[in-house]
Design a protein around this ligand. Sequence first.
Ligand code: COA
Length: 151
Amino acid sequence: MIIRNVTMDDLNHFVELYVDAYRGYEEYAERTVKDIKRYFRWLYKRDKNGFFVGEIREPVGFAACDTNWISPFEGRRIAELHELFVKTEFKGKGIASKLLERAIQYGRSKGLSTMGLWVGEKNEPAKRFYKKHGFVERGRWGVWIRMVRKI
Ligand SMILES: CC(C)(COP(=O)(O)OP(=O)(O)OC[C@H]1O[C@@H](n2cnc3c(N)ncnc32)[C@H](O)[C@@H]1OP(=O)(O)O)[C@@H](O)C(=O)NCCC(=O)NCCS
């Protein structure tokens, strides 16, 4: 797999993979194509250098790490992992692990020492994935669980 920075040309692949990856977890995801496109543009604007796509001939997963994020939860600038998802047929092959590793490297390269994220309370595969990668639960906000780790 190669990992490269996202460009605006990846918009349609992002929408297609997002809908596919979040099937079964819709309550934690944007619902309409319009909202997913708006979200893509927001991620790109927040920190395009931290916005990655993994490709095996074609896109198989995305990760978005925002190093400009002043976290209200931590009260300081951290590397916020806004997004991470993998196309269903490619799950369980270590693709998210590689995308996460790239996002962590990027956060470190910006001098940050903490990564944080919000995960849906019933999103067991994602919670297990993050725990395995050293994230710990630090709080809650509605249906969302706050997880953080040192990077
Ligand atoms: C959470 C998510 C990103 C994980 O993606 P993934 O590519 O399947 O993750 P990985 O393959 O790196 O790791 C997942 C599992 O596969 C296993 N695995 C890793 N490499 C493997 C390999 N080469 N062969 C087989 N299994 C492997 C891991 O041990 C891990 O096991 P676990 O079930 O104990 O966690 C994915 O399930 C997803 O897209 N979910 C929907 C979107 C979402 O919820 N995103 C998070 C929002 S906060």
